[in-house]
Design a binder for this molecule. Sequence first.
Ligand SMILES: [Zn+2]
Length: 119
Amino acid sequence: MSRMPSAERLPVDRVECARCRMLISNEAGSAQIVSADTDTRFYDDVGCLAADWAGHAGGDHAFVRVATGAWIDAADAVYARPAAVRTAMGSGLVAYRSPADAAGASTLTFEDVVRGAHQ
Ligand SMILES: [Zn+2]
């Protein structure tokens, strides 16, 4: 059994989104993929993470930053598109620790989000 990796601190204003290459200037809505083989890849938007995730498997782990500031496993989070929220790249997707945190918005699983990114 390999040890579960943990999320890394995001170097705000010093790293580009691994998908769209925009400088990440805000931790809100960000995400990352931690891999045993390569450097951690950071994302400025859950949509960018989802678009890249299909190419990752095996020992890679995706994390998303929830509103409380914690990083949690992307597969454990739920996702919604609150009407008032604009995300860095316009996916509108916000990660939450639980459906209750999404305040009644209909929620998606990480699987749903990844599938949606490839439609
Ligand atoms: Zn991006």
